[in-house]
Design a protein around this ligand. Structure first.
Ligand SMILES: *Cc1c(COP(=O)(O)O)cnc(C)c1O
Length: 397
């Protein structure tokens, strides 16, 4: 019998290392495969489904908007786009917004803003300092921005103008800053890099340094935004105000949308500078507007704090019970388990079997990022399944 996995093998470019599961539907934290096997989804579409699968309010917004107007181009004003802009600006420290279609694309736009800022205010400074072990996306420019050689080596020559320094090291940042620097671009928590949380004062020190030097602080909140860390935006968890943030993943409740938000002094685009055919179209903006409204109305970021604590407490207990666990890391509902050995793939295979979906973010680390609407009972069930999986995968712990 031909399976969908065979179809993939014949027709699709082999660009993703997939788990052998064909998912067909979801509801909240649960998803089902083609054989109707149920899983708890603690990957959430890679930190996208923050308001849960098939969230009723988001679905209704999409259906209504699809029946009304899906695409116009930015040659015209459209209401969902402007309502979403208002909602994001009114609930953040930023002043203006630009919509695009993905995280990488949002970062591309932010880099253009920073270079324009450098040209207009810093004698043509164009360099942007980013962190080692960061992740900013897969376009050529974001391959250069991302501080991981394995995303870069095959695509030389890289776009120039990116300097990499160790994360969570303010002295390294200071040493790398020159008269050519126009901005510092960081993730508040290095997510794809294995969920690396900086010291509490790191971003504050970076903010002060940017103020001293008159350069921009750009936070890539593609993964940390939209409630994931326990605040609507990650910067709020660290008590700093960036000049620019980028959003994507959780913004649209599952539909592809990205955004750049900037303070007035950094919101430098004028007609002709930047644009997008699909960016800010009524369909994705209606979905995102419903998503953000849901996050606010249901205090979802606060839920990420309480559910995150519950999950964290359970994981900390696992870490004491199983010697194979080196460390539990993270904030809110962006968590990771690091193992002593490179067993993440085995753990994920066993947890698939048990009905719990996890993300093998590094050979020795799994990332845990359920929908922020996850129920207490689902956290407890996931912890139970994990205990089983660890017991089976690593005999004698
Ligand atoms: C996922 C991610 C990106 C890239 O987003 P895409 O939508 O895949 O282009 C950029 N930055 C961070 C921090 C991410 O987690």
């Amino acid at each position: 019998m031909k399976t969908w996995i065979d179809v993939e093998e014949k027709y699709y470019m082999y660009a993703a290392r997939r788990q052998p599961i064909v998912l067909v539907r979801g509801d909240g934290t649960e998803v089902w495969d083609e054989n109707d096997k149920r899983y708890l989804d603690f990957t959430a579409g890679w930190a996208v489904n923050n308001v849960g699968h098939a969230n009723k309010e988001v679905v209704q917004a999409i259906v209504n908007q699809a029946n009304t107007l899906m695409q116009t181009s930015n040659q015209f004003y459209t209401i969902p786009q402007l309502e979403l802009a208002q909602l994001l600006v009114d609930n953040s420290c930023l002043d203006r917004v630009f919509f695009c279609n993905s995280g990488a694309e949002a970062n591309e736009g932010a880099v253009k803003l920073a270079r324009k800022y450098g040209r207009e205010h810093l004698n043509g400074a164009f360099e942007i300092i980013t962190a080692l072990n960061s992740f900013h996306g897969r376009t050529l420019t974001m391959a250069a921005a991302t501080g991981q050689p394995h995303y870069q080596e095959a695509w030389q020559p890289l776009i120039p103008g990116f300097i990499h320094v160790p994360f969570d090291d303010i002295d390294a940042l200071k040493a790398a800053t020159t008269e050519k620097t126009c901005a510092i671009l960081l993730e508040p928590v290095e997510a794809e890099g294995g969920v690396i949380t900086p010291r509490a004062d790191y971003l504050k020190n970076v903010r002060e340094w940017c103020n001293d030097k008159g350069i921009l602080l750009i936070l890539d909140e593609v993964q940390t935004g939209m409630g994931r860390l326990g605040t609507l935006f990650g910067y709020q968890s660290f008590g700093v105000e960036p000049d620019i943030i980028t959003l994507a993943k959780g913004l649209g409740g599952g539909v592809p949308i990205g955004a750049i938000l900037a303070k007035e002094h950094a919101a430098l685009f004028v007609p002709g500078d930047h644009g997008s055919t699909f960016g800010g179209n009524p369909l994705t903006c209606a979905a995102a507007r419903a998503t953000v409204q849901y996050l606010l109305d249901h205090q979802v970021p606060d839920r990420a704090v309480t559910m995150g604590k519950r999950l964290r407490t359970g994981l900390d207990i696992l870490a004491t019970e199983f010697e194979c666990v080196v460390e539990i890391r993270g904030m809110g509902l962006l968590l990771a388990i690091q193992f002593r050995d490179n067993i993440a793939a085995d753990i994920v295979a066993a947890s698939n079997e048990a009905g719990l979906l996890l993300n093998p973010v590094r050979p020795d680390t799994v990332r845990i990022m359920p929908p922020l609407t996850v129920a207490e009972s689902e956290i407890d069930e996931a912890l139970q399944l994990l205990t089983q999986v660890l017991g089976k995968t690593v005999p004698n712990g």
